[in-house]
Design a binder for this molecule. Structure first.
Ligand SMILES: CC(C)(COP(=O)(O)OP(=O)(O)OC[C@H]1O[C@@H](n2cnc3c(N)ncnc32)[C@H](O)[C@@H]1OP(=O)(O)O)[C@@H](O)C(=O)NCCC(=O)NCCS
Length: 168
């Protein structure tokens, strides 16, 4: 797998140092911030849903903070079942966007999944969400399918994207 770190903005860190100071698994204590951040987006998860996702036996998640004690800037949620991973949610606070936060969260998740011998990672995204599609393409995901009228409020097709994590 290519090293996603090479695409990070100048001065950004990842891997071990990011894990210590900036990127870390989410906790129940993050629930209020997560709920507030979700409320401003499309297809928001409720506090109850977020709590359930935090507690999933086959789930994984990371949050990003500029400094360890700062508020959350962004977060990613996913699952890993046998060797197949799904990215279920990635979001960045509006004031933190276009600074490489989502790229770093995604890179951290892919490093973790690769270490767990995951074969491939997939996700669904709204067809009109060019920001997210651009993010995933940049990380090496490709379009593998479409689900018609998959989303509600507003009704929209989902694009399925995937990335192999096997070393070739
Ligand atoms: C999609 C989202 C997570 C991107 O977060 P971000 O931290 O701003 O993304 P990054 O800064 O890491 O950007 C990485 C790449 O994504 C693409 N991208 C991100 N925002 C974009 C935008 N507004 N317009 C076009 N491309 C965009 C670009 O390819 C970008 O690379 P570049 O900066 O070299 O051009 C963020 O816009 C967001 O939270 N949106 C609302 C929630 C959402 O749609 N989540 C995805 C579906 S679950």
């Amino acid at each position: 797998m290519e090293k996603p770190e090479k695409d990070f903005p100048k001065g950004a860190t990842c891997g071990q140092s990011a894990k210590i100071s900036q990127i870390a698994p989410l906790a129940e204590s993050d629930l209020a911030q997560l709920t507030a951040l979700e409320a401003s987006g499309l297809s928001p998860w409720s506090s109850k849903q977020l709590s359930q996702e935090l507690g999933l036996a086959h789930g994984w998640h990371f949050g990003y903070r500029k400094q360890q004690t700062d508020p959350l800037c962004g977060y990613i949620f996913g699952t890993l079942v046998t060797d197949q991973a799904e990215i279920r949610k990635i979001a960045v606070a509006p004031e933190c966007r276009r600074q490489g936060v989502a790229s770093r969260l995604l890179a951290e998740a892919l490093v973790m999944l690769t270490a767990k011998k995951t074969s491939y990672c997939f996700l669904e995204v709204r067809e009109s969400n060019q920001s997210a599609i651009g993010l995933y393409r940049k990380a090496g995901f490709t379009v593998s399918g479409k689900r018609k009228n998959y989303y509600d409020h507003p009704k929209e097709n989902a694009i399925i994207m995937e990335k192999s994590l096997e070393k070739h």
